[in-house]
Design a protein. Structure first.
Length: 113
């Protein structure tokens, strides 16, 4: 991905602002060799980030394969090859239901109590 823009003054080293960011969320699945995975690519521009409205993460869902193509990084490489390939190409289109037990203590906040 090419930088969207750069931050910094004339005499400073410029810092690149990416045109998008990615997120891969993994949790234990029912089968230990096949975790549940969600993958997202959030664009920097035109993303529809509006204050005061619920944010719809599902519109940015993609596959791990797509993120690997863009970044050149091999994710989930510690899994058996057959599981890795299947998980990475799976296109999930629904978010997981929120369950209080899924949050570790360090991630607790007033929003998920």
């Amino acid at each position: 991905m090419a930088p969207y823009a750069f931050l910094g003054q004339e005499n400073e080293i410029p810092v690149a602002i990416p045109d998008a960011l990615f997120k891969i969320v993994i949790k234990e699945g029912e089968n230990p060799s096949r975790p549940d995975v969600l993958a997202f690519i959030y664009p920097q521009v035109g993303a529809g980030y509006y204050r005061g409205k619920p944010f719809d993460h599902s519109r940015y869902m993609t596959t791990v394969d797509e993120i690997e193509k863009i970044t050149g990084i091999d994710f989930l490489s510690a899994l058996p090859s057959t599981s890795e390939g299947m998980i990475e190409k799976t296109e999930v289109r629904t978010l997981w239901p929120v369950n209080k037990k899924d949050f570790i203590r360090a991630c607790q906040s007033k929003f998920n109590e």
